[in-house]
Design a protein around this ligand. Structure first.
Ligand code: SF4
Ligand code: SF4
Length: 445
């Protein structure tokens, strides 16, 4: 198969990064990639989706990696996994990798090992320049579930209509389920017997980078991964509920300029010029004389180490940095003075944040269960709400009208191929009930 054909099929199947912001996968597939790095780090506490795919489908992942290596012309693939999770790998599939272009690399049990800049360094020794993507150093990083979606496309002719989701936290059991894209989160929780939600809030993602969910309005998208229930009084929730005006006032009053937040920052430790204490002080003191204090936030990945681990004053540099980054992005700002680090900072090894420390600081240890069940119950929502923006880039544009009949897998929206985006499909059979620039609603028939 030619690379262009592969890119077209992946675009039409609506495959986007299932583990992060939803970068359209067809744009990652490039003949410039020498190494495919498989992100199996899954370093946020309590998120276990990729663990289950690794356990159950590793041979399929190896098969699709071989196909991708041949098609894009890359030389090797490296599966980056924490040593503590090696036992999850199917021994037969690992044996089959011996002497092939695919290998497993143990990475340290630290946070954020799954950040693609950190992962690229840990698996290949290559440092991605500031503001650049992995391809700039010949690497394509792909998440486990994304690869599984590519396998399903070529082996079952299935576009992305389902999402693996982990439900856990302050729940009786933790489980991983397979859910139709577009199902309401309230219905999903009810169908999973999570009815005791009084006084709790839900985070989509992990406790470090996840976002608060509006239980009544939000739906499952192609990037929903972990739905984590926590009491509203928990610090992980309280931090997210704090208005930015209060965050800034607290920073102005209490920051002692110790710069521990910058010293512990994983991107800074890789040699990037990201000193978040300067952003925090500039924003909280309204100091606008040094623009770089703001523009450097473009290098921040929002991992939260500065807030949860580094700051002893309980301030929130992560929130401030991400707010500044978001505002600059909205205004179309692009940082131009990016540099390429030649080596990581010598103190990096001593400043890595272990998963154990992270769990203690977050105060989520009591919610971690010994087992996360893989629960294959079927969900049959009466309505699904297919969002037009589930990915990085331009929203998809509906291609159906009210009253049309669709079956599972039919295309209901697509981003023009000239723009960065993807394709959306019906996840249940039925009639189109509503169409807007934001969503296509399908009613089961
Ligand atoms: S959230 Fe904080 S620690 Fe993480 S990359 Fe941004 S500035 Fe660095
Ligand atoms: S660690 Fe906290 S107190 Fe120290 S500079 Fe950063 S924000 Fe200020």
């Amino acid at each position: 198969m030619k690379l262009e054909e592969l890119q077209e099929l992946v675009f039409r199947a609506g495959i986007v990064g299932a583990g992060g912001a939803g970068f359209p996968t067809h744009k990652k597939l490039s003949d410039k990639a020498e190494i495919i790095v498989v992100n199996a780090a899954e370093c946020e506490p309590m998120v276990m989706v990729d663990h289950h795919i690794m356990q159950k489908h590793l041979q399929l992942i190896v098969d699709i990696l071989n196909f991708l290596l041949d098609t894009i012309g890359a030389k090797q693939a490296i599966i980056g996994i924490k040593g503590k999770n090696m036992h999850l790998l199917d021994p037969e599939a690992v044996k089959n990798m011996e002497g092939t272009r695919i290998s497993v690399k143990q990475i340290p049990d630290v946070y954020p090992a799954g950040d693609e800049v950190v992962l690229t360094y840990e698996t290949t020794g290559r440092i991605i320049p500031e503001g650049a993507i992995p391809l700039s150093v010949g690497v394509m990083v792909c998440n486990m579930e994304t690869l599984f979606n590519i396998w399903k496309l070529f082996n079952e002719n299935t576009p992305v209509v389902e999402k693996y989701v982990n439900i856990g936290g302050d729940t009786e059991h933790d489980m991983t389920v397979k859910v139709p894209v577009g199902m309401k989160i309230s219905e999903l929780l009810a169908a999973c017997d999570c009815t005791d939600i009084e006084g709790k809030r839900v985070i989509n993602g992990g406790p470090m980078m996840g976002k608060l969910v509006d239980i009544e309005k939000d739906v499952v998208t192609k990037t929903t991964k972990g739905l984590l229930l926590l009491p509203e009084t928990h610090p992980v929730i309280q931090r997210r509920l704090q208005p930015m005006s209060v965050t800034l006032k607290r920073a102005a009053a209490a920051c002692c300029n110790c710069h521990m937040c910058s010293d512990m920052c994983p991107r800074n430790l890789l040699g990037h010029h990201l000193e978040v204490h300067k952003t925090l002080r500039a924003a909280s003191h309204s100091e606008i004389t040094n623009a770089e204090s703001f523009t450097q936030s473009a290098l921040c990945c929002g991992c939260g180490v500065c807030t949860v681990i580094a700051c002893q004053q309980m301030l929130d540099p992560q929130a401030i940095s991400m707010a500044v980054k978001g505002e600059l992005a909205k205004q179309g700002f692009k940082r131009t003075n990016n540099t390429t680090p030649e080596h990581v900072r010598p103190e990096r090894a001593g400043r890595l944040v272990s998963s154990d420390l992270l769990i203690r600081r977050l105060g989520v240890g009591k919610y971690i269960k010994p087992e996360v069940k893989r629960d294959m119950r079927a969900f049959s929502p009466e309505r699904v709400y297919i969002q037009m923006k589930q990915h990085v880039g331009a929203p998809a544009i509906p291609t159906v009208k009210v009253g049309d009949t669709v079956k599972i897998g039919d295309i209901v929206a697509q981003t023009p191929e000239t723009a960065l985006g993807t394709t959306m499909h019906a996840s249940i059979p039925g009639k189109i009930a509503e169409v807007s620039p934001f969503e296509v609603v399908i009613e089961r028939q």
